[in-house]
Design a protein around this ligand. Structure first.
Ligand code: GLA
Ligand code: ZN
Length: 685
């Protein structure tokens, strides 16, 4: 139907279309069916083809099925599955099967099991239930990866590597982890004296005099040394990265042309995904939004994932076709929602739409989790039908979209160490919520359909017109200098309360907050008023200000700011600091820096972001009614618009020039009529 470009998938020339498919775990149910397993597998192949599936993720939790004891490998069933996939022109995203170790392994090497904060060693069970520093775990998981690579490296179905699954990044409090932590600190700081200095341990007589005294923080040990808490989070994230790299290095060496990755979890606190970026070949994540999650929040998680490997497209590795089972309540996705979720991912740069899972397992923890093929076993279901329709749409979609980028002029800084620091720091306010504050500003950008790159603190900012970094409490010297240079050269920078207060070791900047950002912001923050939940203040924007005038509620936190070159765009309305600056702007070099001293109400965030975008002449790709998301992907000499309607009613959108609609029957259009939950993909002509 559509004029197809012959563009290959950025991850493989062998598949010139979106990846479509999902987790396929035949070993989990064949035995329980008691039937001829080949019959069921063949039926799976027929159904996959019906649903336009071209990639199946196999082996994710197959360790025991592949290796029933340390000296025995049983690859034969996987050989057969791989052959069947190849015969049916379906590719395999091959998992290394190491996210849940078999019982025999825990029994043979009990120190593989992690120790919790109470000092209790876990028993065998669940998944991601291993100590990340265990040499036996690493040796055996790497050995399995090596064997898989040898066996399937040249298999015609083999497409991608999927290492482990959703690294969890919880802590382990075993003695070995404690001693690995000491090594990690030695490498970071050089000496124990330096550790003491960076952690300010003279406080409460916490000075360490021997490395062995430094143990992981926890309720039974130490919760009062903030540097320790922060470094332990960094260390744990690094240890899981070492587990990943141990396997990935083997795979890269054995199959140098095959991309390697592991599936992330979006806005996930335990793992610093930016730090993993150099070791994965592409980013992917598993998206499980709740029914009421604002589309902007899902969009942010997509953008965050894209931000891990900026400039590349990414894969939606998992989503449920219907419902989860692990929440207290698990409503079905309403008709149209799955399609909207699928295309929203593509709209934010995904080149794959994949599910968890293909066939519903017969028993155990996830037996009622949504699947493409449910327990009934045939294709005559609402869910299968929806999945097949989306598959057909993606198969027909112009492959020119593959590998294209979202042209973003706006960046938001996201920083995991900062997140840990803000939320683990004792004192002042339990109301501080990093992600909340980020989403508050992201929402204002999303409402205007502004493309956003989510970048780490040390990113090159020079390509952006506007950089927003709310609650950036932790700013070290270098990123501070680069933000200053960015503004000096013409950039617009926005940050807010409690930012620039500590360095990367979580020690306060002396000589006036916001430390390295003080000069560029032209302010000095003298005090923090951490309001209790019954307290609030107002922010007053006077007539004639570039912000929409009026009085707005603010709460949670109020910085008491002195101007040092900046001007006040708004002031506090109440209390002993009424009249003092609440929002400031400082012209610096060719640019300006804005400081928002309090947790603003969303109306004023919207007003502020809107006024900056207007000044910078940044607008969304299409003028649309509220509740309609529009993104643009560009590249391969083409440009595409994705339009998604989240309203309960049909919206009508006039296009500035005729475009080719690639869904919904296609054709050249000058106007769009999108029903509730409708999606359109438009190509510029
Ligand atoms: C995660 C995991 C899957 C599965 C789903 C269920 O995304 O990666 O193995 O457990 O959750 O929602
Ligand atoms: Zn451990």
């Amino acid at each position: 139907m559509n004029e197809q470009s012959s563009v290959a998938h950025p991850l493989t020339p062998r598949l010139p279309s979106f990846f479509y498919g999902g987790d396929y775990n035949p070993e989990q149910w064949t035995a329980t069916f008691g039937a001829n397993e080949e019959e069921i597998w063949r039926e799976d192949m027929r159904l996959m083809r019906l649903a336009h599936v071209n990639v199946a993720t196999v082996g994710v939790f197959s360790w025991v099925s592949l290796q029933p004891d340390e000296n025995t490998f049983t690859f034969e069933w996987l050989d057969r599955v791989m052959d069947l996939l190849a015969e049916n022109h379906i590719f395999a995203c091959l998992a290394t099967a190491t996210a849940a170790q078999p019982a025999w392994l825990s029994a043979a090497y009990p120190d593989v099991l992690p120790v919790d904060e109470q000092g209790v060693r876990h028993g065998q069970g669940a998944r991601q239930n291993y100590c990340p520093t265990s040499p036996d775990f690493r040796r055996l998981s790497q050995n399995l990866a090596r064997n898989l690579a040898q066996r399937y490296g040249k298999h015609p179905a083999f497409l991608l590597w999927h290492v482990s699954n959703e690294y969890y990044g919880g802590g382990c409090y075993c003695d070995r982890c404690a001693s690995r932590f000491q090594d990690w600190l030695r490498a970071r700081y050089g000496s124990l004296e330096a550790v003491n200095l960076h952690w300010n341990t003279a406080f409460w007589s916490h000075t360490y005099t021997a490395w062995e005294q430094v143990v992981p923080p926890g309720p039974r040990t130490e919760v009062s040394v903030q540097g320790l808490t922060l470094d332990y989070r960094r260390f744990i994230s690094d240890m899981y990265l070492e587990c990943y790299r141990g396997e990935a290095d083997i795979l890269h060496e054995a199959t140098p042309d095959v991309p390697v990755t592991t599936n992330f979890m979006g806005i996930y606190r335990n793992i610093d995904y930016f730090a993993w970026a150099p070791y994965i070949d592409f980013a992917c994540w598993d998206s499980y939004p709740t029914r009421t999650m604002p589309p902007a929040e899902i969009a942010f998680a997509h953008d965050l994932t894209r931000g891990v490997r900026r400039g590349q497209s990414w894969l939606l590795m998992e989503q449920t076709p219907s419902q989860t089972q692990w929440r207290p309540y698990n409503p079905l996705k309403r008709p149209g929602v799955l399609r909207q979720h699928s295309f929203q991912a593509v709209a934010h740069g995904a080149d794959a739409v994949m599910y968890f899972q293909w066939r519903q397992s017969r028993g155990s923890f996830e037996m009622f989790h949504g699947a493409v093929v449910s327990h009934v076993g045939h294709e005559h279901t609402r869910v299968f039908n929806d999945v097949a329709k989306i598959g057909a749409e993606l198969a027909e979609l112009d492959s020119g979209i593959l590998g294209t980028r979202l042209p973003a002029r706006v960046a938001m800084i996201f920083n995991w160490s900062n997140w840990w620091n803000v939320e683990f720091k004792p004192g002042l306010s339990n109301a501080l919520n990093y992600v909340d504050e980020i989403l508050l500003y992201y929402q204002a950008l999303w409402d205007r359909n502004i493309a956003v790159d989510v970048v780490p603190s040390d990113a090159d900012l020079s390509g952006y017109d506007l950089v927003i970094a709310p609650l950036l409490n932790m700013v070290s010297e270098e990123p501070g200098a680069s933000i200053e240079k960015y503004v000096e050269q013409g950039g617009t920078f926005v940050t807010g309360y409690f930012s620039g207060v500590v360095d990367e070791d979580t020690r306060a900047w002396l000589g006036g907050y916001p430390g390295p950002l003080r000069k560029v912001l032209g302010i000095w923050v003298e005090e923090f008023d951490a309001l209790d939940p019954e307290q609030a203040n107002t922010v007053v924007v006077a007539e004639g200000s570039k912000l929409p005038s009026g009085g707005y509620r603010c709460d949670r936190w109020c910085d008491l700011v002195n101007l040092e070159g900046a001007v006040a765009l708004a002031t506090y309305g109440e209390d002993f600091y009424a009249g003092r600056p609440a929002i400031t702007e400082h012209t610096f070099g060719k640019g300006r820096a804005i400081y928002v001293a309090t947790h603003l109400d969303k109306g004023l965030v919207s007003g502020l972001v809107g006024s900056l975008l207007d000044e910078l002449k940044l607008a969304g790709p299409l003028s649309v009614p509220a509740g309609v998301e529009v993104t643009k992907r560009e590249g391969n000499g083409k440009s595409y618009l994705f339009v998604l309607n989240y309203n309960d009613d049909t919206v009508q959108i006039a296009l500035p020039q005729p475009m080719d609609e690639l869904l919904n029957g296609g054709g050249r259009v000058t106007e769009l009529k999108l029903p509730a939950k409708g999606v359109a993909v438009l190509r510029a002509v």
